[in-house]
Design a protein around this ligand. Structure first.
Ligand code: ADP
Ligand code: MG
Length: 722
């Protein structure tokens, strides 16, 4: 087939673009070059103004509007020096994408000239027309205004473009009524709620007036790279981000020869280029390597405060897409671009702490520190047990449904892996308090006599969705395409609840005269007794686990449709309301939007399946069928007995394909119910199986139809040719 042959020829000839790295350059010289960072502010702002901004960042003091003009003016000068012509308020609508509205710095003065201006007011607040962003019923279109507000905690930066640079200002996005329309607002709110409760616990442990506690997030991003020539020949990749057709290649990932192998040269050039761009933006990219599936890779930055990490994560994805294009490739973030090989996740490494105390989820040097550590760990156990459903809901999407529970990613059951050492400690706590660490002798529990805990991360359990890894927990269920903000909001909020519980129990006990050590011990024992069911150190991919999980009362929310209703249970609404993270309206809007997005994305895929099935797969199959039939009659005419086996196979599959398409037409044609959950359920149960039927027939045809009639690039080509 000409299309595929041309693509293969072009791929073979691909040369990475010239790379701008100067070997003499000092490492780190470009880091943060395009960021209006604290150090830039310190140099450029009057002392008082700088101190005021710093107080906002470090101590969460509200931004003094009086300083905004000074900051704006310094920011503008800096940006103009960096070649910026425009500024943009960057926000994070509920599509999960990044949105930006650009405005020119130039203001006409009235005499035919223009003047670069940028006031404090423009810095602090923007007013994009927001009517086409999802709002889940929060905003009437006649009142389509949305407001963006500068998030002082996340630094502004200049984004380079050959046609002129842009000053980007990370902002929250809210409606006129103050409802959150974005992912950033709740991160900030939940962050604050968590900090308040964490500080209460810290005070009980004798820290007077501790600094704000923040959530840290280290997101590991998996992705696929595909050459653009193949990508352009696959309407499914272009429109849905994943292949809707494609037979398994003869060689999949079973050899495990790609994982951590040498990085292909073309990919390495891409990685170097992306890192350079990320460094300029102050994004601390740290590790890069091949992933399990062929054509799959990973990048992970150093962890940062959740708010910044989340903005940086979005920017990382944008950068990867842009740089891939420059290198003649396409970067795929879909959770399951190719059936039959591993999909992509985005592990969210989560901890809480501050610069004064470090991570609060790391065992300390003294028994006292370890008691504190155990309380924070116990809070995590409680939160995951009570609110696993919310965690599942925070990573629910049509695309992530292909991954969770598919024996390559953690199951949809949210459990917690503690590792041997910690599991053992909690085990002992549960057994009445007498405790000893695994390798040491018996000790009587009490804050002063807690065992030494080694800081060894211990063994790894790759099958757990929520694993303790030595100084943090790794939430492995988020999808590669998702924003980390959604899980971070849930993590912060449920952490706030669990810490609130711990603080209250301890305060009450101490107030009633109980010895603090004893109160801690009782609290830990109570949490293990009430919530120990969520601890699971076994194989999460096994067939036995779902059965056992059910006996333990853990939820198994297999699909988005099962998971999203968790957002609007009375309990959830009360919880998010109590900590000021979401109002009931906001929860409902998020619920609606999640379902809308699900319906939209499956419907797009279904229509594409129909189109490609009819216009690409069926014609190829029918042509081949005709070829075989013509051959058979020619043989007959020549007096030979034709073997009709192939023709029968192809005809059978063509019939299957036709009936699959008919089934899909009917499923897609179902009228949508007013209730989004009803529609989403119907789509899951009707459209998805029909799509699968079409695909089964089409993929089987790919294996028998003459190769020169097949125009869709094959898995083999897309996964192995880079
Ligand atoms: P692995 O592949 O072993 O899970 P990686 O090095 O790929 O580890 O990624 C680990 C991620 O966890 C990095 O982003 C790292 O910065 C982050 N991380 C490390 N310590 C913490 C912590 N205390 N809190 C949050 N994230 C952390
Ligand atoms: Mg990793």
């Amino acid at each position: 087939n000409q299309v595929r042959r041309d693509a293969i020829t072009a791929v073979a000839a691909a040369v990475p673009p010239a790379y701008s790295f100067d070997p003499g350059e000092e490492p780190g010289a470009i880091f943060g070059e395009n960021v209006f960072s604290l150090s830039v502010m310190q140099k450029r702002l009057p002392k008082g103004v700088y101190r005021s901004v710093l107080a906002t960042i470090e101590k969460s003091v509200a931004l003094d509007p009086a300083v905004a003009d000074a900051v704006a003016s310094a920011m503008k000068d800096w940006a103009l020096e960096k070649g910026a012509t425009h500024y943009a308020h960057v926000f994070y609508p509920l599509t999960g994408l990044t949105a930006e509205k650009h405005d020119s710095f130039l203001d006409p003065v009235g005499d035919g000239t223009a003047f670069a201006s940028f006031s404090g007011k423009t810095l602090i607040q923007g007013e994009p027309d927001a009517s086409s962003f999802p709002n889940g019923g929060l905003r009437n279109t006649f009142e389509a205004r949305g407001y963006t507000g500068w998030d002082v905690m996340s630094p502004a930066y200049v984004l380079e473009n050959p046609n002129g640079n842009t000053l980007c200002i990370p902002t929250i996005f809210i409606s006129m009524t103050g409802d959150a329309l974005d992912h950033k607002t709740p991160v900030l709110r939940s962050q604050q709620a968590m900090s308040t409760q964490a500080r209460r616990v810290l005070e009980l442990f004798g820290h007077t007036d501790p600094d704000n506690v923040v959530a840290y997030c280290g997101p590991e991003q998996e992705y696929f790279l595909v050459d653009r020539h193949f990508y352009d020949a696959r309407p499914d990749l272009i429109n849905a981000g994943r292949t809707l057709f494609g037979a398994k290649p003869p060689k999949g990932q079973e050899f495990d020869d790609h994982y951590f192998g040498a990085i292909p040269e073309r990919v390495l050039a891409f990685m170097c280029d992306t890192e350079r761009e990320l460094f300029k933006l102050g994004i601390p990219a740290k590790t890069r390597h091949n992933e399990v599936a062929p054509g799959q890779f990973e990048v992970a930055p150093m962890f940062e405060r959740a708010n910044e990490a989340s903005d940086h994560q979005q920017l990382t994805m944008t950068t990867f897409r842009a740089v891939a294009k420059k290198h003649g490739m396409e970067c795929l973030f879909h959770e399951k671009p190719f059936d039959g090989v591993n999909g992509s996740g985005k592990h969210v490494n989560f901890s809480i702490g501050n610069s004064e105390l470090g991570s609060l989820l790391v065992p300390g040097d003294t028994p006292h520190d370890n008691a504190q550590f155990l309380v924070f760990c116990a809070a995590v156990i409680r939160m995951v047990h009570l609110h696993g459903g919310l965690l599942r809901a925070s990573v629910a999407s049509a695309s992530n449904d292909h991954r969770l529970g598919a024996n390559e990613a953690p199951p949809a059951i949210i459990s917690i892996f503690l590792g041997d050492q910690l599991a053992d400690v909690f085990d002992q706590v549960a057994k009445g308090g007498a405790t000893h660490s695994k390798e040491k002798g018996t000790l009587i529990i009490g804050v002063d006599t807690l065992p030494d805990l080694t800081k060894d991360a211990g063994d790894r359990n790759r099958t757990s969705p929520f694993a303790f890894t030595g100084n943090r927990f790794e939430f492995r269920a988020p999808g590669s395409n998702q924003t980390v903000a959604a899980p971070m909001v849930v993590l912060n909020t449920i952490m706030a609840e669990a810490l609130d519980h711990c603080a209250t129990v301890l305060e009450t006990a101490v107030g009633a005269g109980t010895d603090f050590n004893k109160a801690v011990q009782q609290l830990l024992a109570e949490i293990v007794a009430d919530h120990g069911a969520v601890i699971f150190n076994g194989n999460g991919y096994s067939d036995e686990w779902p059965v056992e999980a059910e006996q333990r009362g853990l939820k198994n929310l297999r699909t988005t449709v099962d998971a999203v209703p968790e957002l609007i249970t009375a309990e959830a609404v009360e919880l998010f309301g109590r900590y000021g993270v979401f109002s009931e309206r906001e929860m409902h809007s998020r619920y609606e939007i999640s379902l809308e997005q699900y319906i939209l994305s499956v419907t797009v895929e279904a229509n594409l399946t129909l189109e490609m099935g009819r216009t690409t797969v069926l014609p190829a199959a029918v042509r081949y069928q005709t070829e075989l039939a013509t051959n058979a009659s020619a043989l007959k005419e020549a007096g030979l007995e034709p073997d009709l086996g192939d023709l029968q196979v192809v005809s059978g599959l063509v019939a299957d394909l036709r009936s699959g398409l008919a089934q899909l037409v009917e499923a897609v044609g179902h009228e949508h119910d007013d209730d989004a959950l009803v529609t989403a359920t119907a789509i899951r149960d009707g459209v998805l199986p029909a799509m699968a039927a079409v695909r089964t027939a089409a993929d089987a045809l790919e294996g028998v139809v003459a190769d020169d009639l097949w125009s869709l690039p094959t898995y083999q080509e897309m996964l192995y040719l880079l």
